[in-house]
Design a protein around this ligand. Structure first.
Ligand SMILES: Nc1ncnc2c1ncn2[C@@H]1O[C@H](COP(=O)(O)OP(=O)(O)OP(=O)(O)O)[C@@H](O)[C@H]1O
Length: 582
């Protein structure tokens, strides 16, 4: 167990002062609380020697004083210990997020988003409960028992033995029910996530559902999931309804034993009425700390399992890092020549996708990559900013292996427009300025003009301040792509990579964008993945990738003369165009 909790030690160390102060408050609270039964007992015994208003007042004030002191320390104990557990939760969440931010895209393909989210929420919560309530209640139980037990034993060892017998049963009961309640609760939570996901898909896929007239089928499917959710919730309610009466039975049994055995002791004059009362108050005070033991066992088990799950994520070192980076390289300006040196590449989950690719792209030149779908175009370009990792020495920039650049300096030199555009739910201006915190309004607008979307944005209700995405306006596919291009251009990169980024725009807009990019990217390196000859034709060179190999390489005219894949593509697309314009 200790071993499993070891990842928490550095955090506990960081907050040791809080735990020490909390522990001190806990000791003072319990010491004050343990005085109550003694005062009550002595008050009762005192009555036998004559009752006076002064005596009642004295004991009442004493009890009030003790209640005030214990109240203050109870407040401090909870505030400090629960506060520290919240602080640790905060630190852990930050560390986990920062760690996940460093992981390469492949990490998020290997782990389901739902699983990562569960670890960042439910598991963190379980760890907090382990560090807060579990530590606090177990220390409370241990300390109060340690203080109360000697007094109780002094009053009557026999009574103590009898009264304590049912308490561990109550604790075991809580532990047993607690574990079952937790399992059922988790299933209900999972079911609830399913229902939420189902609803969410229905809302975001509303167009598709209406178009396919699937409303009734979807309503029926939702009803079924909802029914299952309620069925499970009722099962949980039944379990919880059973817990309390059973618990009350054990506690009542314990109090009955105390009354029965203790009463006999009083009758036999083995103890005074005052002592008997003291004893009973101790028992009442001990009931909840004893029950808490069962609950704490569950919290610790759950918390320890969660620590392991979070630690598994934290232990995964980012597969792509700066370990081979040379500090002196970061300061050198990047000219932008790219070289693939006999490059072969396979994803961890599949066979080889790229085979023996050797290609040089001089700084300041442009290269278009065309080829059938699935031939490896996206894979090839993703190796340049190290979104995927090629073997050492297979990809070079300015003659240096890319691993010698730090990830920050390498990616700083590259503007990347991925195949699938992603826009954040914020303003268009913020989306374009993503990655360029110092961007000015003029810069953003200029980048938008280069991507040929500036005028369109100005026509939106709030112009560049229009919010897009889930919280705002939905942009068309072509508008999204152009916003993404503007975002890459604004970075003023030495190397610009467009992965099929003009697929959603018409040929006229495409021509405008390419014209704008030609000016903006003068003297810089551009790689364009394209499915249309119109996108590729003006590039300095065109590479045709077929089945992960470079099948053809040359200018538009050279490739047409070769009569291969590119020429076929050209002829097919020219024919299509003729038919369309006819
Ligand atoms: N993350 C991945 N894990 C495993 N295999 C992958 C992964 N990404 C792509 N592949 C596989 O690698 C091959 C090349 O894919 P890639 O996306 O590079 O092709 P592409 O030429 O860009 O295709 P398209 O023109 O359709 O975009 C495909 O067979 C694809 O299934």
């Amino acid at each position: 167990m200790f071993q499993r909790l070891s990842p928490l030690f550095p955090y506990l160390k960081r907050y040791w002062r809080n735990f020490a102060l909390g522990g001190l408050s806990l000791i003072l609270y319990n010491s004050a609380k343990a005085m109550v039964p003694l005062v009550v007992g002595s008050a009762i015994d005192d009555m036998r020697h004559g009752l006076s208003a002064a005596k009642v007042e004295h004991h009442a004030l004493l009890l009030l004083g003790i209640a005030t002191v214990s109240g203050i320390f109870l407040y401090l104990m909870r505030q400090i210990i629960i506060g520290a557990s919240r602080e640790i939760e905060y630190d852990l969440r930050n560390d986990l997020f920062a760690h996940l931010e460093l992981q390469p895209p492949s990490f998020f393909q290997q782990h389901r988003t739902g699983d990562i989210m569960a670890r960042s929420t439910n598991d963190l919560n379980a760890v907090r409960q382990l560090l807060g309530p579990a530590i606090m209640y177990s220390a409370n139980t241990i300390f109060f028992t340690a203080v109360a037990l000697p007094f109780m034993l002094r009053i009557s060892p026999w009574l103590t033995l009898c009264a304590f017998v049912p308490l561990p049963f109550a604790s075991v009961l809580v532990q047993y029910f607690g574990a079952r309640i937790h399992t059922r609760f988790e299933r209900i939570q999972a079911m609830f996530s399913d229902i939420s996901a189902q609803a969410e898909e229905n809302f975001s896929g509303a167009r598709l559902i209406r178009a396919f007239a699937q409303e009734e089928a979807q309503i029926a499917a939702f009803e079924e999931s909802n029914r299952e959710y309620i069925r499970r919730s009722l099962l949980l309610a039944r379990l919880m309804a059973m817990l309390w009466p059973t618990l009350e039975f054990f506690l009542g049994f314990s109090l009955m034993l105390t009354l029965f055995v203790g009463g006999r002791e009083v009758v036999l004059h083995h103890m005074s009425v005052g002592q008997f009362t003291t004893y009973n108050v101790y028992m009442v005070q001990l009931i909840w700390p004893m029950i808490a033991v069962g609950w704490v066992v569950n919290l610790v088990q759950r918390g320890a399992a969660s620590v392991v799950r979070i630690d598994q994520l934290m232990k995964q070192q980012p597969a792509i890092d700066d370990s081979e980076a040379k500090p002196e390289v970061a300061t050198e300006p990047v000219a932008g020549s790219i070289e693939f040196n006999n490059l072969s590449f396979a994803y961890t989950t599949g066979g080889e996708v790229l085979h023996n690719i050797s290609l040089e792209i001089p700084a300041g030149s442009s290269l278009a990559i065309v080829g059938p779908t699935g031939s490896g175009k996206s894979t090839l370009v993703s190796l340049i900013p190290r979104l995927q990792e090629a073997a050492p020495g297979m990809v070079l920039i300015d003659g240096r292996p890319i691993r010698e650049y730090s990830l920050a300096s390498l990616r700083h030199a590259i503007g990347f427009v991925p195949q699938e555009t992603f826009l954040f739910s914020t303003t268009i201006a913020d989306n374009i300025a993503f990655g360029v915190p110092e961007a000015t309004e003029t810069g953003i607008e200029a980048a938008a003009r280069t991507a040929h979307i500036g005028t369109e944005i100005l026509e939106f209700p709030q112009g560049f301040a229009t919010v897009v995405g889930e919280r705002g306006m939905t942009l068309s596919g072509g508008q999204k792509q152009r916003t993404a291009i503007a975002r890459a251009v604004l970075r003023d990169p030495r190397i610009l990579i467009l992965d099929d980024a003009l697929a959603s725009v018409d040929t006229y807009t495409e021509e405008q964008i390419l014209g704008g990019l030609r000016t903006a990217m003068q003297g810089r390196t551009t790689i364009l993945i394209a499915h249309r000859v119109s996108t590729a034709r003006n590039a300095d060179r065109i590479a045709v990738l077929v089945d992960g190999r470079i099948a053809e390489l040359g200018t538009h005219d050279e490739l047409l003369a070769r009569g291969g894949y590119y020429n076929d593509l050209y002829e097919k697309q020219s024919l299509e165009e003729e038919i369309l314009t006819a």
